[in-house]
Ligand binder design. Structure first.
Ligand SMILES: [Zn+2]
Length: 174
């Protein structure tokens, strides 16, 4: 899924789990939620190499546990550590339900111990590739659907609270 869906889950995790609602914790929750998609950036940098294969090396439990442990160094309270881990795991959980047409299809949660791929795709996918495809009406509808499912409920539930948090002076002091 796109950063819209993953960031919606991050916002929920941040509201529920973060012990201090400041810009640092928000940034870390957003980062861990989107980090497995670093394979897209690797692909832009290195091209279609082994390291940048779609969802191949970064969409697994080991990657999520290792990266959330690393980011936990910046948020030492145990509640935040759990929050980061759960939000990191949510990336895998959400991606499993997206229709995947790019080989290898699905994600490998148990890599490197098992190479079994999992995909129970029913949620519409974003078409990537050329610029024209990326900004198609279809993709805009998919992004709208992601926002409706993953962001809107969080804003309905916590919108006023989030606004109050962001407006507070404590938010801007790390
Ligand atoms: Zn992903």
């Amino acid at each position: 899924m796109s950063p819209i869906a993953h960031s919606g889950v991050a916002l929920l995790g941040w509201q529920v789990m973060a012990t201090r609602k400041n810009i640092k914790s928000l940034g870390l929750y957003l980062l861990i939620a989107n980090l497995p998609d670093i394979d897209f950036i690797l692909r832009l940098i290195f091209g279609p190499k082994r390291i940048s294969i779609h969802q191949y090396f970064t969409h697994n439990l080991l990657f999520v546990v290792a990266t959330s442990a690393l980011l936990s160094l910046f948020l030492p309270r145990s509640r935040d550590r759990w929050g980061l881990l759960l939000v990191g795991l949510s990336h895998l959980a959400v991606d499993i339900f997206v229709i995947d047409l790019i080989r290898p299809i699905g994600i490998r949660p148990f890599f490197p111990f098992s190479r079994v791929l999992f995909n129970f795709g029913f949620f519409p996918y974003l078409e990537r590739g050329r610029f024209q495809t990326a900004i198609s009406t279809r993709n805009l509808l998919v992004l709208g659907l992601e926002a409706a499912v993953f962001v809107l409920p969080v804003l309905v539930l916590f919108g006023t609270k989030i606004l109050r948090d962001v407006k507070s002076r404590a938010f801007w002091t790390a």
